[in-house]
Design a protein around this ligand. Structure first.
Ligand SMILES: [Zn+2]
Length: 320
């Protein structure tokens, strides 16, 4: 399992609220759940070298990650996201945090909107994506987007605070993260797709995320448990992983060179066939999650309210 590759010291404090772990915090495979804020922190806490290895070329190869139509589907869904956000965001530049190869940034630019990305693991695929840490980025932005990237950051709350400092009044924060409080997370436990150890460092719940975003002075305008994507696939992956031999569907749909471990063709075929058979059950699970608002991802749009708080301090108090 993925967390077996995680070496290093156990996490000492909650990566979300900063509280020091004690005997009252629940230890689970590869993570510790904070009894104060409900967020789980990956443990052992991976070192820089180990994370660099976990993001090595196989994770996002230049030739594409997925076989068949997978990469094209990914590009189309990013394009749809950009089109929708372009309509609802105020005019001005947008910043995509954890931009990867720049698919979302390029989609915004096709609408004629100024857009840039930041990603410490950027491989130089797009001239508009800077290989840097988010906290080194400055400027005034109409929107900052964390599309499945917040959970990869070592200091996620500081990152949100930094975003609050960069977003102009009336601007929008967009976040999509896996929902560790979802039905599928609870059902599939240690085999849940979106645990993704050791790359995911925090495992968030809706109350923890929403409270933090509001505390930073944002008005939450939209919360969706489907829009963040990966909900149906999370079910498919989880159901297939319950079968004998625990086939890894996520690896099965990746191109040969983009897999974590070599996979025998027969096992790959077995995983794919099982996914087809599991589709009706996975659809049922997805609908159930949608109806009960416990979906596998949390998506939110939140608007920056006024000149108070982080934005004011950042832009005016720091002047000489
Ligand atoms: Zn905590």
């Amino acid at each position: 399992m993925a967390h077996a590759r995680t070496a290093g010291a156990p996490a000492r404090e909650c990566a979300w609220c900063g509280r020091r772990f004690g005997s009252g915090d629940e230890r689970r495979a590869g993570r510790i759940r904070c009894s104060a804020c409900g967020v789980a922190t990956t443990s052992p806490w991976p070192g820089d070298e180990q994370l660099a290895g976990a993001y090595a070329a196989w994770y996002r190869p230049a030739g594409g990650r997925f076989s068949g139509a997978g990469d094209a589907v990914l590009k189309r869904t990013r394009s749809a996201l950009a089109s929708r956000l372009h309509r609802v965001l105020p005019p001005g530049p947008v910043l995509d945090v954890g931009a990867g190869d720049g698919t979302l940034v390029e989609a915004f630019r096709r609408h004629g909107r100024q857009a840039a990305g930041v990603d410490p693991y950027a491989a130089g695929g797009s001239p508009h994506v800077r290989a840097a840490e988010f906290e080194d980025i400055d400027g005034a932005w109409s929107a900052v987007i964390f599309w499945h990237s917040l959970e990869h950051l070592r200091r996620p709350v500081q990152a949100l605070r930094h975003a609050a400092a960069l977003i102009v009044p009336g601007g929008v924060l967009v976040v999509a993260v896996p929902n560790a409080g979802s039905l599928q997370a609870r059902l599939f436990g240690d085999r849940w797709l979106a645990l993704d150890l050791p790359r995911h460092l925090v495992h968030l719940t809706p109350p923890a995320l929403l409270t933090q975003v509001r505390d930073l002075g944002f008005q939450v305008e939209r919360v969706s448990y489907l829009r963040g994507g990966q909900v149906l696939f999370g079910w498919l992956h989880g159901i297939v992983a319950l079968l004998p031999g625990h086939p890894d569907l996520y690896d099965a749909i990746r191109r040969g060179h983009a897999r974590q471990a070599p996979q025998r063709p027969a096992l790959r075929l077995y995983a794919l066939a099982a996914a087809v058979a599991a589709l009706p059950l996975a659809l049922t699970g997805t609908l159930l999650e949608a109806a009960t608002r416990t979906g596998g991802t949390i998506y939110l749009e939140a608007r920056r309210q006024d000149l108070s708080g982080e934005w004011f301090r950042h832009h005016f108090m720091s002047m000489p």
